[in-house]
Design a protein around this ligand. Sequence first.
Ligand SMILES: NC(=O)c1ccc[n+]([C@@H]2O[C@H](COP(=O)([O-])OP(=O)(O)OC[C@H]3O[C@@H](n4cnc5c(N)ncnc54)[C@H](O)[C@@H]3O)[C@@H](O)[C@H]2O)c1
Ligand SMILES: [Zn+2]
Length: 359
Amino acid sequence: MKRIRVNLRDRSYGVNIGSGILAQTGSWLKTRGLAGRLVVITNPVVRSLYAEALERSLAGEGFTALDFLEVPDGEEQKSLETAGRLYLEMERCLAERMTPVVALGGGVIGDLAGFVAATYKRGVPLVHIPTTLLAQVDSSIGGKVAVDHGQLKNEIGVFYQPWLVISDIATLKTLDAKTLGDGLAEVIKYGVIRDRGLLAYLEANLARIKAFDEPVLEKIVSRSVEIKAEIVSRDEYDLRGLRAILNYGHTIGHAIESVSGFQVGHGEAVAIGMLAAARISRQMGILGRRELGRLESLLEKVGLPTRIPDLEVESLVSAMQHDKKVSGGKVRFVLPRELGRVFITDDVDLSLVRQVLAD
Ligand SMILES: NC(=O)c1ccc[n+]([C@@H]2O[C@H](COP(=O)([O-])OP(=O)(O)OC[C@H]3O[C@@H](n4cnc5c(N)ncnc54)[C@H](O)[C@@H]3O)[C@@H](O)[C@H]2O)c1
Ligand SMILES: [Zn+2]
């Protein structure tokens, strides 16, 4: 098992990563000073797979009155309406200021339950138990919790750090290939922005990853969490611009998701976005040809797309210009200098972007 600390002064917390560690939830919550009543927010898919093991662990440590609040599966549940229903159910469960909310599920559950925990009675203790690769390496770390509202995706939210994150690698075994791919796209992102060794590790261990080899998954989750933890601990509230490098692949990726009407999934869109950003850097004479080829071949071997489906270049460019990452009317790009090192620029010629997208 690996324990990584997210250093945020009095809001610091540990991220425990290991196989089968769901069974230790009860004792870890007790160590954090939590006891008594507890509310678990989850969805029917995850509940049927993992609630029993969680319940056994909690009951074994004397947690009483465990209430499981279920939210149907799907991004559309990340809404103010669902949050509103959960507040009332929490009230019915007699949840108090120190009653922890445990978010058991993927990023949708983590963001929604986190938002509810942050706002119910002005904030109750939050524990993340992420069960998708994306949630383990990305959404459970860094304290961004949010719901969607109308056109506003992830824009109604707050920064709210959990008390503890428990990432049980064994829960990843039940993921389908597409959901695993969404997480792998983010892992590749961490490699490109900070750690070419992680990319080499992915290249060498792809077959094992696809076979859900637990030590290999533990290693890639741990390294990804270390990288994200280091970045967010220096820029907790996303005010210093340091967190911006986490958007590598996402400027173009978000445009692809939105122009495709969310037919292209997040991981797929980010994969295309990462490669397009690398091509832009190559065209600018910065990224080497072999580096670009290596990234493209890794994405292909993982099974992520590298080409844009039939989408209008102009629609993509205008979607980018409307993205929230735009500052002062300019589109900001995170571009690789080499694999493992990126730079941020808002000085990319849009005709170059158009050309790369059209290719
Ligand atoms: N807060 C952040 O910093 C942050 C960062 C990245 C993404 N996000 C958010 O995360 C969300 C996407 O998260 P996601 O990719 O985990 O999607 P998700 O939560 O919808 O989960 C994907 C699917 O996998 C199922 N599932 C979850 N765990 C499973 C398991 N162990 N076995 C089998 N099936 C399982 C879910 O029921 C769902 O159908 C988006 O809403 C996105 O905005 C937030
Ligand atoms: Zn992402």
